[in-house]
Write a protein that binds this ligand. Structure first.
Ligand SMILES: Cc1cc2nc3c(=O)[nH]c(=O)nc-3n(C[C@H](O)[C@H](O)[C@H](O)COP(=O)(O)O)c2cc1C
Length: 224
């Protein structure tokens, strides 16, 4: 008997192998249609869809269950404008001075540049913050374990959930992103992780013609 409280595993569902295949194929077919979109429509999206996607993200596993993330959902025009202006300053500096030749070459097939109109067009910007520490009400700091891995997993679930709901996303990482703490009033103990631009794609949205590695390149199987 353990000396910590437990509950029976909630609603674990096992499927016969054929049904497992059908379910995983359906899931793969769905996620393989996800693409990063850089042209958004300004059509509104009901806020409860975003809230449920965030609830899904918050189910992510995390180091010692410390849930080291915070999401700020921005829909106000004034704040989106401030974020766009600050991001474009950093992006211009990046493209004109900071990026190495190698980095610019890697970005070339994506056709990205320092103009970020989608930061104002899309109905939602979800700023993801990573908490290296929790700060207790008495000011004491509690260390978080694996905050980067945990926040990455939560963000992956969030992107998948938004896609599942029929929305498009752009994972945006202006570098550095400290301006997000200032504009959104988040404490210095939180590190901006990325900015998820979310909404419907523009009617004429196009995406780069890129491919994925093949299974033999990205996975190995050890059977003995
Ligand atoms: C951590 C991370 C940071 C990214 N940052 C940017 C970014 O700042 N700007 C951008 O246009 N795309 C960004 N992307 C999107 C990638 O370029 C995109 O996922 C990749 O090219 C694959 O395309 P796909 O998502 O359409 O499959 C980022 C993706 C990740 C995972």
């Amino acid at each position: 008997m353990s000396d910590y409280p437990t509950i029976p595993l909630p609603e674990f569902v096992e499927y016969p192998p054929e049904e497992m295949r059908e379910r995983i194929n359906n899931f793969y077919n769905s996620v393989s249609r996800r693409r990063t979109v850089r042209e958004f429509s300004d059509r509104p999206v009901p806020r409860d869809i975003i809230e449920t996607a965030l609830m899904a993200a918050n189910t992510a596993p995390s180091g010692a269950n410390l849930q080291p993330w915070h999401f700020v959902v921005v829909s106000g025009a004034e704040t989106k404008k401030k974020i766009r202006e600050a991001a474009e300053v950093e992006e211009r500096e990046f493209y004109e001075h900071r990026a190495s030749e190698e980095w610019l070459a890697a970005l070339e097939p994506l056709g990205t540049d320092s103009n970020k109109p989608f930061l104002e067009t899309a109905p939602y910007l979800i700023a993801v913050f990573l908490q290296k520490f929790a700060v207790l009400p008495d000011g004491r700091k509690v260390k978080h374990y694996y905050p980067t891995e945990s926040t990455g997993l939560a963000t992956g679930i969030l992107i998948t959930a938004l896609h599942q709901a029929g929305l498009a996303c752009l994972t945006h990482t202006p570098s550095p992103m400290k301006f997000l703490n200032e504009i959104l009033g988040r404490p210095k103990t939180e590190r901006p992780f990325l900015l998820l631009v979310t909404g419907y794609p523009a009617d004429d949205a196009e995406v780069p013609d890129i491919s994925r590695k093949s299974m033999s390149e990205f996975a190995s199987f050890v059977d003995e």
